[in-house]
Write a new protein. Sequence first.
Length: 620
Amino acid sequence: MCGIVGYIGYRNAVPMILDGLTKLEYRGYDSAGLSIQTGTTLSLRKAKGRVDELRKLVRQDPICGQVGIGHTRWATHGPATDINAHPHLGGDREVSVVHNGVIENYQTLKSQLETLGFRFYSQTDTEVIAHLIAHHLREQQKLEAPWPHTRTAIQVLEQTLAKLKGTYGLGVLFRDLSDCLLVARAGSPLVIGLGDGENFIASDAAPLSGHTDQVVYLSDHELALMTPEGVEILHRDTGRQNLAIQTLDPVSAESDKGDYAHFMLKEIFEQPMTVENALRGRLDEDEATAVFGGLNIDPQPLRNIDRVVLTACGTSWHAGLVGEYLLEEFARIPTEVEYASELRYRNPPMDRNTMIFAITQSGETADTLAAMRETQRKGHPSLAICNVVGSTIAREADGGIYLHAGTEVGVASTKAFTSQVTVLTLLALYLGRMRHLSHPAGQKMIEGLQQMPERIAETLQCYEQVKQIAEKYYDRENFLYLGRLYNFPVALEGALKLKEISYIHAEGYPAAEMKHGPIALVEERTPSVFVIPRGGIYPKVISNLEEVKARKGPVIAVACRGDERVKQLADHVIEIPDVEEYLQPLVASIPLQLLAYQIAVLRGCEVDRPRNLAKSVTVE
Ligand code: AGP
């Protein structure tokens, strides 16, 4: 989490930093700050709240300079306050630092620095880095190292980094060096933008758009010395690196809400298109299979796979659960879905022919990245199902499949989920056709998939009805979400959506599990959302629904169009098109996204930026 922006060049750095921070607010938005090298001092402006608060502060109390760093924070150590906001100053205002990540040994370092006389103002782990740099600078000065001098600055930073345990993306300014910006990375992404007489840094490429399309992604254990004229990259172990320059795709106008009140709503309504994008060019009707450009694995090793592990967090983990059902049904490959945060520290036995898929919208989720690296270390081919092109996971995976869903801005993931499920369905088709799936069965899957954009568009017509249902229940304290088989992960995802943006307690359960505990929650004020389209065990879910009704629990049902049985039983029925069971998550999840959205709006919640959350979770 947290976003970093930096500039060094010939223009005033402040507008670029403020605009860049606004584009990075999805990474954290509880406070923001910037520091400017003014020639002889390091000026600082910091404010609790959104980047707009910082903008106001800078308007009231302007600063200007051609070198600067900025930060938007998602608090890890210490609450969101002006003082805890970054940048942090070190020593006698000799250094200023912005940091993304977590320093695990900060307490030990802090005690050592306090003994040496350094005074701490904030509760952050980052202030330790700033003082540690100042400490090493003083030590170098005692040794009469040349100062001010960029080589000494690099040496001091290297000595500091050697003492840090944990993760960091860092931007560092020195009071006495007016034409130098240092950056370093271990575990938290940083991209350098190359301009003409000016250079940029950012946590991802978004703030660079409009400034440059030439970028270099910093790798772990690299630091970079940036001046207006150039960039030099040094690796901790291998020394000076060549600049691996990449050209960014032109950024489209996706980050505009258009006529929608929120990005989340816009993204929900984009799903007919985003699912179509996930399918585009990937259906081979002649061979009745799917085609992927970037798996980077020959068919034979794919045929030899005897186990798949899907690893992810949050919504992507829910997509993984749908993937498990798909891969086991169509490819007959035993599949497990692992929380990445668990897998990274577990040591489950994995056979040689186990293949890993890391599922992630952002491609930057720290736990998913760590889980993928762990499986790669053990020699398993590890592929990514990812949305953000050029993200760390996309770059480090052995191959993968992009979602092509376009930028997802809303913190609550919606279109990424349906695109992930679409890609996993394609994967099940592809691996299935290498094994047990017949040509006609493959063709049938292709036909079903081709219809999905239209079926999703039809489903979206339920929005007006969902608004009325939301009016009735938006003041409730608890919700249950229930579904079975393919719709169990849909229930989990519906509950997560409601929780994260409306702050209502919601639980997702396999409908039949309800009687083993959650049924105790059922009463007149607790609505149960049943995902109950037709299918093999439909009568069983009907029984579960009746059990809730018998206890006077209100029922909102998501059912197939024209389902009279459900209409008789439920208090409200949201109709979805009748599609094959394995495709139901793609339509059944839509009303649940809309319901969560509308309830959050009615409760006056900040839909796109819910409290305590961030779009990209780059800390453990
Ligand atoms: C979804 O609405 C969440 N905000 C969150 O659970 C998210 O899906 C999770 O953090 C994983 O993110 P990723 O897909 O970018 O890896």
